[in-house]
Every structure is written in C-alpha cells, then in structure tokens.
Design a protein around this ligand. Sequence first.
Ligand code: 1HE
Length: 266
Amino acid sequence: MIDLTSSGLQNIVVEEAEDGIYTVTLSRPAKRNALDAATIEAFVSLFSALPRQGARAVVVRAEGDHFCAGLDLVEHFEEDRRPEDFMHLCLRWHEAFNKIEYSGIPVIGALKGAVVGGGLELASAFHIRVADHSTYFALPEGQRGLFTGGGATIRVAGLVGKARMIDMMLSGRIYKEQEAVDVGLCQYLVDDSESKAMELARAAVQNPPLSNFAICSAISHLQNMSALDASYAESVVAGIVNTQPASRSRLEGFANKTAARIKPKV
Ligand code: 1HE
C-alpha cells in the first residue's frame, strides 16, 4: 500500500476530504495542468491504489483557471519522440484512464476553463463531469498537427458521437455552457463545479460499495461486449450485487414502508 497523501505523486495532490471521499487535485497550474509523462504515471499509481485503499468516491479538481490543457506539448516537442516512444506513452495514458473508468468507485470531475485535447480524454474517463460557466471543451489535436492518443476515439466519440467528434477535430469547434450538456460532454452545468461534485460524491457514497462497483465498472465492461454476452454478464453481476447483505435492510425498509419513495422534489 502506498501512502496516498505523501507518496510523491508528481503534479497531483491527494487528500481524504471527507470519510471515504478523496479529492485528487491537478496541481500544475503554471502549465495549465498539461499532462507530462510523470503526471500520467502518477495517475496510473493513484488509481491502481485508490480503489483498494478504501476510497468510496473521488472528486478530481484542478488548481488554477483551467482544468487541463492536454498533452504537454513542450515536453513532446523537446523529447522529439520516435513513433514507438509515443506509442508506449499512449499505452500509459490508456492504462491511467482505464484505471479510472473501470475503477469501480465513482470518479467525478469538477471542471473549469479549458478541458481540451488530452484534458478532455482524461475528463471523459470520469463517471460524472460537472462543468461551470468557464468550462469549454475542444479537441485541438488537428490544429497542432497531432491526433488523439489518450482514448478520445473511444470515449469522446462515445459521449458525443462520431460525427461531432470529427467536426470538433476538423473545425476546431469549441463546446461550452448548455450546448456542452446537450451534446453529452458533461452532465451538469453549475456556478460552482467543485461544490456540486462534492454533493454528488456524498450522494453516491450512500449506495453500498458493491452497487457502486458494478455501476462504475460493469456498465463500461458490458458496453464492450456483444448484446448476448453483455446480457449474460449482467445477470451474473446482478446475481451478486442484488443479493448482497447490504441490500437486505434497504429492501426491508421498502417492504415495511419506512424507506423513501422515488419521487421528484416538489
Ligand atoms: C502548456 C500547455 C500544454 C499551456 N503543454 N505547456 N493542448 C492544446 O493545444 C492547448 C494548449 N494550451 C492553450 O491553448 C492555452 O495554454 C490555454 C487556453 C489552455 C490557456 O491559455 P493561457 O493564456 O491562460 O496560458 P498560456 O500563456 O498559453 O500558457 C501558460 C503556460 O502554460 C505556458 O508556459 P510558460 O512556461 O511559457 O509560462 C504554456 O507553455 C504552458 N502550457 N498549455 C505544455 N498543453 C495523448 S495525445 C493528446 C494530444 C493533445 O492533448 S493535443 C492538445 C494540446
């Protein structure tokens, strides 16, 4: 086990903000939280450890005005990488972001400012994205003479659809405000993304951890399968989750009419 709060993770600060709820802060604001190779390694280490160390939910936030400016373009320029070097780097990005998406614990992004390029690839691995009014989303890879390498072809295309992703990359189109919600880049648009993200984390940890494990890993895994295999695997997951001891008292509460009913607030 690593001590997450003093583990020397580069450009990332981890704190247990509340019981079981961790904040992960991108802390390279002078470089607009651009993702260099060391930061990607920090994400791999962190999300390898967090689910096994009792984290019940994670809020990813950022220092400065911008959530994340994507790939560290200066490092990439200075390293003058060979194709195989960049391929291996991309595999580490995938390792990091897969660890987030398939972590089994709710990971909620508190977004602001630029969420662009690799920053959008990072954000699209979260289970919930909360934007504020400064937040904007773009894929400027084409304009930089680059291509996505951190999962956008899978996750961003999954969020907005292939046609919108291609348009974003060809035209440099930027999405923000309600339009970003409407196309699926984020689920919430609020004045204060951090407090909303914490509120969502507090709500999520009310669920039994095994339910959240299924929600925050099985849905993604099942999406990768054929419908036939997914329906089989869903049955197996439901067999385990829906008979867990933690659900007994909740079911009893419904049966004896003490549990809250599911109705919109008036
Ligand atoms: C950076 C980066 C970066 C800022 N790599 N250093 N991503 C992009 O194409 C977005 C590039 N960044 C920007 O367009 C702007 O910096 C922002 C709109 C995000 C912010 O603008 P601003 O005016 O607040 O800051 P700035 O003056 O542009 O930058 C401040 C510093 O951050 C400056 O460093 P300094 O040492 O000169 O002070 C910048 O160099 C530095 N900085 N962004 C490195 N991205 C797996 S493939 C993924 C491919 C991609 O992600 S492509 C998209 C890359």
